[in-house]
Design a protein around this ligand. Sequence first.
Ligand SMILES: Cc1ncc(COP(=O)(O)O)c(C=O)c1O
Length: 443
Amino acid sequence: MNAEPRGNMPKLENFWMPFTANRQFKAAPRMLAAASGMYYTDVDGNQVLDGTSGLWCCNAGHGRREISEAVGRQLEELDYAPTFQMGHPLAFETAEVLSGVVDKALNRVFFTNSGSESADTALKIALAYHRAKGDAGRTRVIGRERGYHGVGFGGISVGGLVANRKTFTAALLPGSDHIVHTHDPARNAFSKGQPRHGAEYADDLERLIALHGAETIACVIVEPVAGSTGVLVPPENYLQRLRAICDKHGILLIFDEVITGFGRLGAPFAVEKFGVMPDIMTTAKGLTNGVIPMGAVFVRQAVHDAMMQGDEAVIEFFHGYTYSGSPAACAAALATQEIYRREKLFERAADLEPYWEEKLHALKGTKHVVDIRNCGIVGGIELESRPGAPGKRAYEIFVKAFRAGLLIRVTGDTIALSPPLIVEKDQIDRMMGMLEEFIPSVD
Ligand SMILES: Cc1ncc(COP(=O)(O)O)c(C=O)c1O
């Protein structure tokens, strides 16, 4: 392994990188140095077209002055303020503004610093809600196979990505369980938008209810469009059916909108895109355009109000983070939301969706491609795995694309695309053109 500095590069050995093959990376690093609009610049000065909004974060594109200036001003005025038994106006203003972005039913907002913290917070709210209602036996949390809800112990308990869980199985939440995933390539391969088949996968929740008893189940958490597992779009009527089963049995429904939120689907949230209202919705990433770590959990007022009982001098929910609603994060969130609103980026994404879909699906027929999936400005291109070497083919394409100036994300053998919502049609053409060249170029 060569971890020596290159030119003016720092030593690489001290940073233990997340979700990275550290030794492989450090032997041949890919380093970004700057970003503006749709492009990164790498440390060698090459332009890299951002096909992934960083990590599904930078929906308004990079280098947005309005955000960095708002953060800078805020840091000079009030650098940090606690929100435990204290407050500062910007946190309240941010919650008020955000509750105007989402459907007004989800109008209570709890701040976190990441998607993982949002997922764990949502699970804790669900448990605390049932307990406050005198239903303390509802302690089970249900997720879905292939789900991703970050890396906290709550999130990996309901998450369904095997690699993220298997090392820690002895330490997962007792009573957590999973409904089946919705991936059904035999019936749905190359569906445009929502697949036609598979609403009945929601009925798997009835199986778990029969197995455990509804009175033991607090909540079900799903990503409306599963991202990290390789872009799984919900079949038509699937989310509606899940909602109906939850209603029937008094189970809270949580949507993890960490990647689907803030315009990614051509609507403010999946809530509006699919017309299904959860009880709790988790967000992060696009909330601040990825500029400052921040998450927000949106909660139905009735769920919130159920916990606002008893002695008013007693803390209602023993949960929170030192940086919940920190001033700089709030400044970034407000400036980001203002860009989304002023530039009508959610509407722009909706307008662009048919073009995106057409160009993405034009890759059908390319060697190795076995499925293509899309929703909003999200694309998944699934490749046939190389025998005995799952993930290797997509990884090689990822490296090739980066060296040629395109950032994509791969998970297993699926290429996931989610460019900033400011992407132009000619940039989509370039992205797909490069993929058309690189996908068949590997074995
Ligand atoms: C649906 C979903 N939930 C949670 C997370 C975790 O977010 P974070 O990495 O900010 O903790 C992610 C990250 O990709 C995600 O896609």
